[in-house]
Design a protein around this ligand. Structure first.
Ligand SMILES: [Zn+2]
Length: 308
């Protein structure tokens, strides 16, 4: 018997007892649960480049079927309704709906962005309008509440509403009290052997939130404004610390890309489909969406996809 054949025979004779050892030595990839696209900050408006961009991004994602099973829309679907007229807000939502209907067949889970909120920056504010505030976006996005939960096998997703109105005007990134209490309750309900992914338009934690304006304060500080990252990060972190099954947090809003790994939670900021609001790249980051693989062991992988 040649030496090569002897090796073959002895491995075969050892049978299954050898195989687990060989397999573990190669540390195979964990079983894949599912793949989905995370699109945020489309900021659709009636301009050729924006309409083509949204169309192309959705067409790109459709080609990834059936591996890509669904889409999470990370917010700021439309260019802006915070200070737009009612007529222009309608134009934007109608455009968004028509492109989505034409170009997408995948299930979509929506998250509300600040620019999807109608009328907060208008003067005077027409609070009596039934579409004022988040009502219009909820209707367009088919949501009964601005925050909710859905399940995919071993993974549970919690979609949050980052944008709260400031009494002084404008908005601030945080959870309102009712939402925080809902989150506490929801986390307690999810079985501890499930993994949890948190979706928010505005990042809960992000370094690129501090890079958004591209410069330091005059005294050298790198400042993160209250509109750019959750101001209640410390409170949320204390809650997260009770749940080691919270594995990642996905967001948009900043139009930049980063990943911050903090205390065993991975915080991904996922760029923007619109790049710099359809004027090319925002600093280093061109128009893109994120493709996520979520695995059965609680891990995940992100790939940023330039769809042009
Ligand atoms: Zn935003």
């Amino acid at each position: 018997m040649k030496r090569k054949d002897f090796l073959k025979t002895s491995v075969a004779a050892a049978g299954l007892s050898v195989l687990p050892h060989l397999a573990s030595a190669k540390s195979p990839a964990p079983g894949k649960s599912f793949r989905f696209a995370f699109i945020s900050d489309i900021h659709i408006k009636p301009e050729k480049i924006a309409e083509e961009g949204m169309t192309r991004s959705l067409q790109h994602i459709q080609k990834l079927r059936p591996e890509a099973e669904f889409i999470i829309m990370g917010g700021d679907a439309i260019y802006d309704s915070l200070k737009a007229t009612k007529e222009y807000t309608k134009v934007q939502w109608d455009l968004y709906q028509s492109i989505l209907k034409k170009e997408n067949v995948l299930p979509v889970y929506n998250c509300i962005g600040n620019h999807d909120i109608f009328g907060w920056y208008n003067t005077p504010q027409v609070t009596a309008d039934p579409l004022y505030g988040k009502a219009w976006a909820l209707k367009e996005l088919g949501l009964s509440a601005p925050y909710y939960h859905f399940n995919k096998g071993k993974w549970d997703f919690i979609v949050l509403d980052s944008t709260q109105q400031r009494p002084e005007g404008g908005y601030i990134a945080k959870l309102d009290e009712d939402q925080f209490q809902w989150l506490e309750k929801k986390l307690a309900e999810i079985p501890s052997d499930h993994f949890i992914s948190i979706i928010s338009h505005i990042p809960i934690l992000s370094i690129c939130a501090g890079l958004y304006f591209g410069k330091n304060d005059p005294n050298g500080d790198l400042r993160i404004q209250y509109m750019l990252m959750h101001t209640d990060f410390f409170r949320i972190k204390e809650l997260f610390n009770k749940y080691p099954n919270i594995k990642n947090c996905l967001s948009g809003h900043i139009h930049l890309e980063d990943e911050v790994d903090y205390n065993n939670v991975r915080y991904f900021c996922n760029g923007a489909v619109s790049g710099n609001l359809w004027k090319g790249p925002y600093y280093e980051f061109g128009p893109a969406y994120a493709l996520f693989d979520f695995y059965e062991d609680g891990s995940c992988k992100r790939e940023m996809v330039s769809y042009y």
